[in-house]
Unconditional design. Structure first.
Length: 93
């Protein structure tokens, strides 16, 4: 799925309605994305949209040699369930 991007978020929009989004800020002197929220409209839940959004942010972070700080519950849970998979990208204070 191709998501739209603007500074601080990747999102899926239908007309004027945001159907899914992942919101982040840049911290650590511009070296880390702090993922603060992941939202998916109930009509799209269970289709892996949140995972696709997270993958998109991860690819962006990797391309820019950045890390990701998991702040939102979804990303925290995903990182905790797969520590080996995300160890390279996870922010370590």
């Amino acid at each position: 799925m191709d998501f739209q991007h603007e500074p601080g978020r990747y999102f899926l929009q239908d007309n004027d309605k945001t159907l899914a989004e992942i919101i982040y800020t840049t911290i650590n002197d511009g070296q880390t994305y702090s993922v603060n929220a992941t939202r998916v409209d109930p009509s799209l839940r269970g289709q892996g949209i949140a995972a696709q959004l997270l993958d998109t942010v991860i690819k962006d972070a990797q391309a820019n040699h950045m890390t990701i700080k998991a702040v939102c519950p979804y990303v925290k849970k995903t990182f905790a369930q797969n520590p080996t998979k995300y160890q390279e990208i996870a922010y370590k204070p």
